[in-house]
Design a protein around this ligand. Structure first.
Ligand SMILES: Nc1nc2c(ncn2[C@@H]2O[C@H](COP(=O)(O)OP(=O)(O)OP(=O)(O)O)[C@@H](O)[C@H]2O)c(=O)[nH]1
Ligand SMILES: [Mg+2]
Length: 439
């Protein structure tokens, strides 16, 4: 695909900044450099130049780079201007670019979209790049980097190649079925591999929940009776006064949440309304919301200020761990025995908070020693992988080579949709709109 217009945008972060990077891509990129900075600099070499208006007035000086297509980020001729990150400097340069015929400001994600359309990145890599830009924790970075660097794509391509091989063998067998000297069932050997592939895809899909925890964070819900000290704990862990704390039982009504980073993982911590029977309308709605979020928790911190009342009426999925937390242990009037709770803490003195953090960390996925982070990180991937898996299952259960081959083709198409080799036009707007301008 050939674009006739040239796009430009500020690709670095908010102004003012030490340096701002303005990116240009399209057929006019080289001409723009000559017009703004004099002769075209050597390809892919940072060169110090004065950037001028067409009347010769200096706007700034900075490093300019020229990346001739097709081996550039977008696959087109590109250039980058690394200038002083002042608002007026950047606006003056963007304004100068806007005066050039065929030039326009880029839309969100448009550089990446051009890269995809010129075959420089596939869809999984594009999504990985969006995640890498958004990554806030170490694990998110590793997950996104694997994907942006082509780790997942390589896996899907390898699977697609195995399917192509299998389909070729079946075609051969169908073509020569009438000839007696062709040994029967050339294709028999492929079904062992298809069964193995089916298992591999299912094992890969099983990792989606891990990827979800890495990407979206582990959901930890603080629950318990009114006044147990739930909001105080949220504030203590967040190290900020997020939730209102009072001595009145029933203070918290809405579900509040805060994002924390714990041992490289993203954690979403929720504070909820204290659970009790009440006729008060607002509090009842708060308790309904609390129950709802408890139902979605990956881990529950059940708080109580006195022994013997760790009680949760809510249905909790069988495998969701519940940590019993004794609160307000600084108060001399309550006697706790070691077996009464899993963690003993006081947000007033800070005692027990490190122990709680340690126990939380123990519930995070163990990724030590893991070398590959190729996991399906989006629902879109999981949906396609499930379709591929279902088609493989049908191929193994179906009688008749041509019907089986048709199922293998469906599996292959489903894999192709993940990377964007197969009909994804309708998806592109959704995927690229996740990007900000300049990416
Ligand atoms: N002594 C002592 N008091 C605490 C501690 N933690 C909380 N409190 C007090 O207990 C009261 C209730 O605290 P909150 O954090 O609002 O309790 P909550 O569980 O969020 O209460 P609801 O939102 O009403 O369900 C407040 O007066 C806090 O100051 C603690 O570690 N020690
Ligand atoms: Mg509260």
């Amino acid at each position: 695909m050939q674009f006739t217009d040239t796009i430009y945008a500020l690709s670095s972060g908010a102004l003012p900044a030490g340096v701002a990077v303005i990116r240009v891509s399209g057929p006019g990129a080289a001409d723009a450099l000559v017009r703004l900075c004099g002769a075209l600099p050597k390809a892919r070499t940072a060169t110090l130049r004065t950037i001028r208006t067409r009347n010769g007035e200096a706007l700034d000086s900075g490093l300019v780079l020229y990346f001739p297509g097709p081996s550039s980020f977008t696959g087109e001729d590109c250039c980058e201007l690394q200038v002083h990150g002042g608002r007026a400097v950047v606006h003056a340069i963007l304004d100068e670019l806007s005066q050039i015929d065929g030039f326009r400001h880029a839309e969100a994600g448009e550089f990446s979209r051009r890269a995809f359309q010129h075959g420089r990145m596939d869809l999984v890599e594009v999504e990985g790049l969006a995640d890498l830009i958004a990554a806030e924790t170490e694990m998110q970075r590793r997950l996104a980097l694997e994907q942006a660097g082509g780790g997942n794509s390589a896996l899907y391509h390898a699977w697609a190649r195995r399917l192509t091989h299998a389909r070729a063998l079946i075609e051969a067998e169908l073509d020569f079925a009438d000839e007696d000297d062709i040994p029967g069932s050339v294709s028999a050997s492929i079904w062992t591999d298809i069964a193995a592939l089916w298992n591999e895809i299912d094992a890969h899909v099983d990792e989606a929940s891990l990827a979800e925890i890495i990407r979206d964070g582990l959901k930890i819900v603080i629950a318990g009776e009114p006044n147990a000290g739930k909001s105080s704990l949220l504030n203590a862990l967040a190290k900020r006064d997020i939730a209102i704390v009072t001595e009145i039982a029933g203070t918290t009504r809405d579900v509040l949440s805060v994002d924390l980073s714990l041992a490289g993982f993203s954690v979403k911590l929720y504070d909820t309304a204290g659970l009790r029977e009440t006729a008060e309308v607002v509090e009842r709605e708060g308790i309904r919301r609390a129950r709802e979020i408890i139902g979605h928790a990956d881990l529950i911190l059940l708080l109580s200020e006195k022994p013997g009342v760790f009680h949760l009426d809510e249905p909790v999925a069988g495998n969701v761990p519940v940590i019993r937390v004794a609160t307000k242990t600084d108060r001399p009037d309550t006697a706790w025995a070691p077996a009464d709770a899993d963690v003993f803490l006081s947000t007033k003195t800070g005692a027990g908070v490190p122990d709680l953090l340690q126990k939380l960390t123990a519930h995070l996925p163990d990724l030590a020693g893991r070398t590959s982070f190729a996991m399906p990180s989006r629902k879109r991937h999981v949906d396609c992988l499930r379709q591929a898996s279902a088609a493989l299952e049908r191929s193994l259960a179906t009688e008749g080579l041509d019907l089986q081959a048709e199922q293998l083709r469906l599996a292959s198409d489903a894999l192709g949709r993940i990377t964007g080799r197969v009909d994804v036009e309708n998806l592109l707007d959704v995927i690229f709109s996740e990007f900000c301008i300049g990416k």
